[in-house]
Design a protein around this ligand. Structure first.
Ligand code: F6P
Length: 746
């Protein structure tokens, strides 16, 4: 036995030796590529942020300023130096200590030898091996200077060799320890092994005996195969599309019909003054995100029928096929009485939960009568869901703060349902949650969900803290789950997004034509500078702060008076609530005040367009604008920011974004500001209006690529993949539990 173990150990060591050298080769090639890419990115970022001052001081009589701008780039300890060169090789200036071996003419000569173009978009790189170690050169053309020039950044890469040596040593040590451990375990296992048992096990795994293992192995194999498929579906490669989302449904969820529940309906039928019926697309981030998902998945959307012609357009089961003309899914309308709507929607949801969840300094109001209606309406929607499902384990997607109680109500009637609840607004800290007299019931209701989604990890953490404070349960922090008896609720961040590409853009003119058309319509000069804001008239959106920032901008920048106009598209919202009426009046008064202060002749700096705008009209303004300012005081995500980015197929325009939006975590190339800081916000607007086209393009391109990849199909796909995994696990657990309690059943 010992001789055999020694022989085994020898073979293992030789094998590991070979493996180590292969692994090391692969590892060092990969890490070298990573480091080179990292260095290039750093160099590019450093030049981008110094670009404005390089351009400003290029021709300056005092070399000092240009040298200072170059020295700024060399803050990273690995940068050996930076030089500013003219295209003919003349050296304008260098940072201190710039290596003479890379003087401008030498760099030019190398570039030519490598066949690289000086004006390669995004810059070019060269790797040079010197006796002291490798060196990395990054250069980029500056076309805004005269004569055309370029900047070159030299990075010392000798650290690569040091890192490689350390990696090699660590790898050898790791494999050696592994080999010893593996050999030890093998010897012990060999000694303990029982031949007969092994033979039985082998037969069982082959499937020619050991009947007791067969069902278990089949289940496990099935599970592994499904999990692998699901992982592949969620692999970060390729862009998510409606087809890919449909694929997830058919592959992983057997094409099950999805039931979505949201208070707002995607299509509202309104009676027009001439007696006709008009279809309205509501101003709602939720609808913007979910409607494309429903088109892709089909199924049923259960919503409050709030349009004046809604009742006339449904069938006997209160259903209507939508979208009009395409009819790819069903809209099931739930009717509410005036009293129910007042208590559930205006009262508990929008005077209670909405201000509770947003840090916008509006006191939440909680009334017992509203709570009663909220409970009653949640039950009505839960019952409607149970009417619509076609199995006892359906997939139900519940949306938003209007339905905190519905998950547990649906679970009570359909214990095997997969319920995914997504909370579209922020979730506050436990101190704030404590304000709500019915906080325990709300949280317990939400825990009826299988998966509970928020936009950010911060909101998930806040929710878990609230569960910890108010509800009896166990929190599995490692897996971000709440465990109550045999039931688990996973709590996960799923940052929401928009469809990509946006379908409304197909029917719109080019950005240049939109710019000209909108300026004409607003009576502006063709070269006028235009900013836009697009929101529901809601106190969380910071519309007053936004207009005040426009006022400060004109105060601080006289050159913009008469040239810059800010158009605010404001959709009236929740108008029966006093706070919203007051906001409407205050915004109007502020716009008038700013206009009185800065108007001259026909010029008015603020254009307030208080009306519902259909999506094509909104996208036309996005395309026409030089800047878009999203100034929310607190916002779960804010999809206006992503829509602006999607609209700019010309890669122009600047997004100014409040740091208090979920979107600011993703769209980092926006100018991110604190909307309460009027100085900062107004300077961001000034910077946006003066931003060179190349910088606009660079920022916009990066944001467009992010939104294209992290689109709403991915958002929904990830939730459905997680749901599918959960279902597989639950079904397997079910089967095993049944088998253990009744071993006779296969
Ligand atoms: O995004 C938050 C949200 O409350 C959505 O839930 C809602 O659809 C949207 O804002 C518009 O609000 P409302 O449906 O009350 O008009």
């Amino acid at each position: 036995m010992l001789v055999r173990a020694a022989r085994f150990l020898l073979v293992l060591l030789v094998g590991l030796g070979v493996l180590t050298s292969v692994a090391h080769g692969v590892l060092s090639r990969t890490t070298r590529r990573w480091f080179e890419r990292d260095v290039e990115l750093r160099a590019r970022l450093a030049v981008t942020s110094a670009r404005r001052s390089l351009v400003r001081h290029w021709d300056s009589a005092h070399q000092g300023a240009l040298v200072e701008a170059l020295t700024d780039i060399t803050r990273d300890e690995r940068v050996m130096g930076t030089a500013a060169c003219d295209v003919d090789g003349r050296q304008r200036a260098t940072s201190e200590g710039f290596p003479a071996a890379f003087a401008c003419p030498t760099v030019l000569a190398r570039l030519r030898a490598e066949g690289l173009a000086l004006d390669t978009p995004g810059g070019w790189t060269l790797n040079v091996d010197l006796p002291g170690g490798p060196v990395h050169l990054y250069g980029v053309a500056l076309t805004e200077v005269s004569p055309d020039g370029f900047v070159v950044v030299v990075h010392d890469m000798s650290f690569l060799e040091r890192r490689e040596a350390t990696t090699r040593a660590q790898l050898l040590l790791a494999f050696f320890v592994l080999a010893l451990a593996a050999a030890g375990v093998t010897v012990i296992a060999a000694r303990l092994a029982w031949r007969g048992w092994q033979a039985d096990l082998r037969r069982a795994l082959r499937g020619d005996g050991g009947r007791e293992f067969q069902p278990l192995m089949r289940d496990v194999r099935e599970l592994v195969a499904r999990l692998t498929q699901e992982r592949d579906a969620d692999a970060p490669t390729g862009v998510w599309s409606p087809e890919r989302l449909r694929g997830v449904l058919t592959q992983h969820l057997q094409g099950e019909r999805v039931v979505i529940v949201a208070n707002r309906e995607p299509y509202i039928h309104q009676r027009t003054e001439d007696g006709g019926v008009r279809v309205v697309h509501p101003a709602s981030g939720l609808v913007t995100a979910l409607e494309p998902v429903m088109r892709a998945c089909s199924g049923v959307w259960v919503a409050h029928g709030s349009g004046s012609a809604d009742r006339e357009t449904v069938d006997a089961h209160d259903r209507v096929k939508v979208p009009p003309g395409e009819e790819s899914y069903l809209l099931r309308r739930v009717w509410l009485t005036e009293e129910e709507e007042a208590g559930y929607y205006y009262g508990f949801s929008n005077e209670g939960l909405w201000p509770l969840c947003h840090v916008a300094h509006i006191r939440p109001e909680f009334r017992e009568a509203d709570w009663e209606q909220y409970r009653k309406v949640n039950q009505r929607f839960a019952d409607a869901v149970c009417d619509e499902v076609d199995s006892d384990d359906p997939i139900v997607l519940l949306q938003d703060y209007h339905f905190a109680l519905a998950p547990a109500m649906i679970r009570a009637r359909l214990p095997r349902a997969t319920i995914i609840t997504f909370w579209h607004i922020p979730w506050p800290n436990p101190e704030r949650v404590a304000i709500c007299p019915w906080r325990d019931q709300l949280i317990a209701g939400m825990l009826g969900s299988s998966i509970l989604g928020f936009h950010t990890q911060q909101h998930c953490n806040n929710f878990l803290d609230a569960v910890d404070t108010f509800v009896e349960s166990r929190i599995d922090r490692e897996n971000n789950a709440v465990v109550q008896g045999a039931r688990r609720t996973l709590v996960r961040p799923y940052p929401i997004s928009i469809e990509w590409p946006v379908r409304w853009l197909d029917e719109l003119p080019s950005p240049e034509d939109c710019a000209a058309g909108v300026r004409r319509e607003l009576g502006l000069r063709p070269d006028a500078l235009l900013g836009v804001g697009v929101d529901r008239l809601d106190y969380t959106k910071g519309i007053e702060e936004r207009l005040a920032a426009v006022d400060t901008l004109l105060e601080r920048h006289p050159e913009l008076r008469g040239r810059f106009t800010f158009a605010q598209l404001a959709a009236p919202s929740r108008t029966r609530i006093a706070r919203y009426q007051e906001l409407n009046d205050r915004v109007e008064a502020l716009a008038n005040k700013i206009n009185e202060r800065w108007s001259t002749g026909d010029y008015r700096p603020v254009v307030l367009l208080r009306a519902h705008h259909e999506p094509p009209a909104v996208f036309r303004y996005f395309r026409a604008a030089d800047l878009c300012y999203v100034s929310s005081l607190h916002d779960g995500m804010n999809l206006v920011a992503k829509e602006f980015v999607a609209a700019r197929t010309d890669e122009r325009g600047v997004l100014i974004l409040s740091e208090f939006t979920g979107a600011a975590r993703e769209l980092t190339e926006a100018l991110v500001v604190n909307p309460y800081d009027l100085g900062e916000a107004s300077e961001a607007m000034a910077a946006a209006l003066a931003m060179p086209a190349a910088e606009q393009q660079e920022r916009m391109r990066a944001m467009r690529s992010l939104v294209a990849h992290f689109n709403v199909y991915r958002w929904a796909g990830r939730m459905l993949v997680d749901a599918a995994q959960l279902r597989s696990r639950e079904r397997l657990t079910d089967r095993l539990t049944r088998r253990l309690s009744d071993p006779g059943r296969a």
